[in-house]
Design a binder for this molecule. Structure first.
Ligand code: F6R
Length: 627
């Protein structure tokens, strides 16, 4: 959830660290900070809030000049520059200057940045206090740096102090470490939290994701769990926890000059919503080049024998990925007739796992780093189930767990914290997987499958048409911006869209919103309705239409302002809805690809109108690496 950057080379250090942190800010934006070697000492500068606050502090301290972003007194070219930086999502201790990383040991000889959680931090802290250590912050990270300091004094060896400390620390974490006495080295540790090294010529980088290092270099080395790297300008040594030297493979990534380009949009969110047609189209080109041929999943090593004996499918995910999973349930059951269940990964951790070797478990996570999802998937795998991973990140822990059963959702980098295009990408992959299984086990009518495939191939163009209506949606929804509560309702395959719409509105605008299966309204939630609570019905022609219409009438009779997402040409909705967000006509089974779009815009435009921080809503982070 936090972001780590590190650099060693001849470039001016602060601009490089800031550029890296800008790419990593999606991982948390409660505070930022850097540590650099300055003269004989380590210099730590940090600030609560976003990166722009840190830039202001650096300018005040004459470490950063104005517009050109060049250094003040530090990192003159020709000198080796060495530093680490951090962007934080608070877990232990409130967002504040003092709790911001990097953290020093008491002697200010070691500086540490940290992503993840130290589970035994209280125990280690108590034992260090008994040895006379004093703590200045509430963070688990300070425990790490003080422990390294203690072990350094005990062993008089930097490497030994790291090995010893890592063996004593429990949890999942990534670390970047600087030692005052070693101005030309960065040390890095990975344990179940991502860390990548970027290799340049006479310079090396460290970052929490490969997208960030791809800004600078194209050769990377991914650290694996329980590995330690000793990084200097020209050389990198890798060790396991026993201190044995490891050989690591260099990989090549596509050099990406500016991953943070907004392509003319005011917010990443708007850009990413507008990329959805392209995202779905790219996936269809790969998996479904023609509706006449079977779906191609050549790289997925699931045998037909296994697919034919699957007794149940269990989908594990969180948040928006969970909603994609709920859509997947309808599709799997409709096309394959295999009983499918979807569980919040965090809840699965407390449940009795009813899995067999014939069960297929699908874990969905755009970041591939969500701690709850990873833990739930590991639990399912330990019960003997076959696991398929769906993620947007090739270099993620979820991808590692999936091994040969990995499906990359290829949505491209999603910078905005609220998930939009990755949701459509996850749904696309789930539809493809359902069709693939249906075709392999021969469980569905081939004509029906061919029709679904034909319709899916039209989706990108229908998304495009829907996107052309965004300004109209804007005009339609702003009248509701000051309503304090919203209710979204849908049935069947659009019930998950009601949940997703409510989630999006909450996280972007901070307006309270709930999503309900429309039939449930009369069993309690209808009590909240009055003239101030708009009800948004997702009502598309198909099996659920009449019932959603009836439930909408019930809401209307409680004086709720009524908004519909409905297809062009549906005149019946005009009789009860005050506002109708129109989408192109579409079959119910694939309608979630379109029904969600006006609702993404509803949340976006209301949030923007209210002056919210659309791309980085309060209290959130893009990847949630704590359980
Ligand atoms: C909502 C959102 C979150 C994530 C959830 C799971 O817009 O972004 O609800 O969907 O935290 O994240 P991943 O997919 O990375 O596992």
């Amino acid at each position: 959830m936090c972001g780590i950057i590190g650099y060693i080379g001849n470039k001016e250090i602060i601009p490089v660290l800031l550029k890296g942190l800008r790419c990593l800010e999606y991982r948390g934006y409660d505070s930022t900070g850097i540590a650099i070697h300055k003269g004989e000492n380590l210099n730590v500068v940090k600030s609560v809030g976003k990166l722009s606050n840190l830039e202001e502090v650096l300018k005040k301290e004459h470490l950063l000049n104005g517009a050109n972003g060049k250094n003040g007194k530090n990192g003159k070219s020709g000198h080796v520059s060495c530093g680490i930086g951090h962007t934080r999502w608070a877990t232990h201790g409130e967002p504040s200057d003092i709790n911001a990383h990097p953290h020093f040991d008491s002697d200010e000889k070691i500086a540490v940045v940290h992503n993840g959680i130290i589970r035994n931090y209280q125990e280690v802290r108590d034992s260090l206090i008994q040895k006379g250590y004093k703590f200045a912050t509430e963070t688990d990270t300070e425990v790490v740096v003080q422990l390294i300091s203690y072990n350094f004094k005990e062993t008089n060896s930097i490497l030994k102090s790291i090995f010893k400390s890592v063996n004593e620390l429990e949890g999942s974490y990534a670390l970047g470490i600087l030692f005052k006495q070693e101005p030309d080295k960065i040390y890095a540790v990975r344990r179940e939290a991502p860390l990548v090294i970027g290799i340049g010529s006479g310079e090396n980088y460290l970052a929490s994701d490969s997208a960030t290092v791809s800004q600078f270099v194209e050769k990377i080395i991914r650290l694996e769990d329980n590995e330690i790297a000793e990084i200097s300008k020209e050389n990198i040594n890798f060790y396991n926890l026993k201190g044995e030297i490891l050989k690591k493979e260099i990989q090549t990534v596509t050099r990406s000059k500016d991953i943070l380009d907004k392509r003319g949009f005011k917010h990443y969110l708007a850009k990413e919503i507008n990329e959805q047609a392209e995202v779905v189209s790219n996936l269809l080109k790969d998996f479904l080049p023609s509706h006449e041929k079977p779906i191609q999943f050549n790289h997925l090593k699931l045998t037909p024998d296994f697919l034919k004996t699957i007794d149940r499918i269990l989908i594990l995910a969180c948040g928006t990925a969970y909603h994609a999973g709920l859509v997947g349930k309808y599709v799997f059951e409709n096309l394959t007739s295999i009983p499918t269940e979807v569980q919040f990964a965090s809840e699965y951790l407390n449940s009795k796992p009813l899995l067999t070797e014939k069960s297929l478990v699908i874990g969905i996570s755009q970041s591939g780093e969500t701690a709850d999802t990873l833990a739930a998937v590991k639990k399912a795998i330990s019960k003997g189930a076959t696991f398929v991973g769906i993620t947007n990140k090739q270099d993620s822990a979820l991808a590692d767990l999936a091994k040969e059963h990995l499906l990359i959702s290829k949505a491209g980098l999603e910078v905005s914290v609220a998930a939009t295009k990755t949701f459509l990408a996850q749904m696309t992959v789930l539809y493809m997987l359902a069709i693939y299984i249906a075709e392999t086990i021969d469980s569905s009518n081939p004509k029906k499958l061919s029709l679904v495939k034909q319709e899916l191939r039209l989706i990108p163009q229908l998304i495009d048409q829907t996107l052309t209506r965004q300004e109209h949606y804007q005009k339609q929804v702003l009248q509701y911006a000051n309503n304090p509560d919203f209710v979204f309702i849908g049935r069947g395959i659009n019930y998950p869209i009601a949940l997703e719409a409510a989630l999006k509105l909450k996280e972007l605008s901070y307006i309270h919103a709930s999503g309900y299966a429309s039939g449930e309204m009369k069993h309690g939630p209808i009590a909240v309705l009055d003239t101030k609570v708009p009800v948004v019905s997702i009502i598309v022609p198909g099996e659920t239409y009449d019932r959603v219409f009836q439930n909408s009438l019930e809401a209307k009779s409680r004086q709720a302002p009524m908004i519909a997402v409905a297809v062009d040409g549906d005149k019946k909705v005009e009789s009860i809805f005050d506002t109708i967000l129109r989408i192109p006509p579409i079959t119910e089974l694939i309608s979630p690809f379109l029904t969600v779009i006006p609702l993404q815009f509803l949340s976006y435009y209301i949030a923007e109108h209210l002056g919210r921080d659309v791309d980085q809503p309060r209290n959130l982070a893009k990847s949630v690496t704590v359980e």
